[in-house]
Design a protein around this ligand. Sequence first.
Ligand code: NAD
Length: 252
Amino acid sequence: MSSSRPVALVTGSGGSLGSEMCKQFLDDGYDVVVSDLREDAAQEVAKTLDPTGERVFTVSIDVGSTQSVDEGIAKIVERFGRLDVLVNNAGNFRQNSTHTYSDEDWRFITNVHLDGAFRCCRAAYPHLKKSPYPTVISIASIAARIGLPGRLSYSVSKAGLEALTRVLAVEWAPDNIRVVGIAPGFTKTQNRIFVDGKEVTYEAFAQAVPMKRMGRPEEQASVVVFLASQKASYINGQTIVVDGGATIDLRV
Ligand SMILES: NC(=O)c1ccc[n+]([C@@H]2O[C@H](COP(=O)([O-])OP(=O)(O)OC[C@H]3O[C@@H](n4cnc5c(N)ncnc54)[C@H](O)[C@@H]3O)[C@@H](O)[C@H]2O)c1
């Protein structure tokens, strides 16, 4: 039986930003799919959000695998009868000087961030087409817009995501599917940050932001939920930068 509520799938939602997106989608009246490569993390988030399991469904999706994505999306449609919002959020990170990159380093990042989003979009399309207000939202990064050393595959993947957003926005406009994104700046999570093998404090990142603080996961998630809503019904093909002004601060 089809759910009467819209259904949002957030990939990688066992993690910091994704779990907050799930919470806010739930608060906004959606049924929510928590999915992650790490099944235990997804289960934990789902249990916290909705212990009854009535409005939150957990499915293990490895966005790095076409079979896993296709099977996962089939299970969602079996459970809820529909899919209205896809958030391409799953991500990983590995920082290396480019001349030391192995092919495996490169693929580890691009296969999740970029290929993974492509796989999810392709599998979700036939279901999104049937939704009254379908939206795809991809989580890019300010790394796509500035030069951050040692993060070539990550930055290129995120720039690719912005291109994916523009192309699909035009290609899928006749189907009424809006395709948008956000580019978060430095956002405080539980994760530790290493640059050239050395741990960097969150305070150091905060100093690079005009507002002198890092973003909070809820400040990213609220923009995602807004973009999925009818309040954003005329925004299409854009990736909105949510960075406290970090990318426009050139002081001389
Ligand atoms: N935190 C930041 O400062 C920041 C800034 C810019 C962009 N982003 C982007 O936001 C997104 C979420 O980041 P986060 O900070 O919450 O990180 P996070 O590590 O807390 O969450 C990412 C999640 O993705 C999952 N994942 C990894 N590989 C996967 C795969 N193959 N299939 C499915 N899931 C997989 C991980 O298990 C993890 O739970 C990422 O795409 C990241 O690049 C984060």
